[in-house]
Design a protein around this ligand. Sequence first.
Ligand code: AOF
Ligand code: ZN
Length: 350
Amino acid sequence: MYTDENYMHRCLALARLGAGNVAPNPMVGAVLVYKDTIIGEGYHQQFGQAHAEVNCLNSVSEENRHLIEHSTLYVSLEPCAHYGKTPPCSSLIIAHRIPRVVVGCRDPFKEVDGKGIQQLTQAGIAVSTGILEKECMALNKRFFTFYTQKRPFIILKWAQTADGFIAVDDDTRLLISNDFTNRMVHQWRSEEQAILVGTNTAMKDNPSLTNRLFNGNNPIRLVIDLWLKLPAQLHIFDQNATTILFNYSIQKREGNMCYQQLEKDKAIPAQILAYCYKHNIQSILIEGGAVTLQHFIDAGYWNEARIITNQKLQIKKGLSAPVLSNATPLQQQDIAGDTINYLIHNSHQF
Ligand code: AOF
Ligand code: ZN
């Protein structure tokens, strides 16, 4: 005899298969169980396409279809109740006369937000909620942070020398992380919807901010260039990825390049995050530099930090690494002489 938790773990494993392909939608998995036997399973595979419940029901074989109305449906997120890119899953479940539904966690998206569960209950379906709730929310930490805090999930990343510097004082580029940690950074980029840098980093490092070392999506490039100082030959102007240039003077779009005007009398981080919220950008990797990172830290706008330290490199003087506050260390990883420290903000919910 298996428990609801056992089946919900299977939903989570299925949901994870959608990683990298469904954002800004959540990853969702579903399992259909008849008398302790799984007769169908599915997950949300691609943004804009069928939801987990639809794929799960479609996977039931012809000879088992008559069992659907005697089965329990497990789903890691509350079934949707709205017409989005697909019809509501709540209606589908009701139409299939499924007698019991077990839900991992509530959907915070305003079109759903309890309405899915309500519709099922009103149709006489027995609904159990909150099974592995924390795990189900943690899986979609970006999606949950976005709808509950009305801003993207923010990951801070920087590389520092053993003596705590992130750059030299002059305009030379300092390579700190090794080949292995560089590849990890490219993977991290592929996992987030956007990547942010300040003017100095864009100028000094001339980064491409794309994913050349990992096979995944290119994030949207967010660049702060308040006074339009950045020269056109920099990689960020190469049109290879959608790029938003936050500045004080112009508002226009040129192909993949969007100039977004900010107001001078309002804080910059808050304005950038408001832009992201409006444009459904649910996560940002902030890659520097020290000034930009510190602004977001001081405003409390971050969820996770990933700090790479080259244990052999000492430069004695330079630009100091940002200083984190309200941080809890989570894990440390050693990779060929580099250390990665993972920290979370103290108010982190997942
Ligand atoms: C579900 N099952 O597998 C997913 C759900 O635009 P749409 O139609 O794809 O709807 C997107 C919204 O649906 C998304 O914001 C979230 O609230 C919910 N995602 N719901 O029942 C699923 N992926
Ligand atoms: Zn749905």
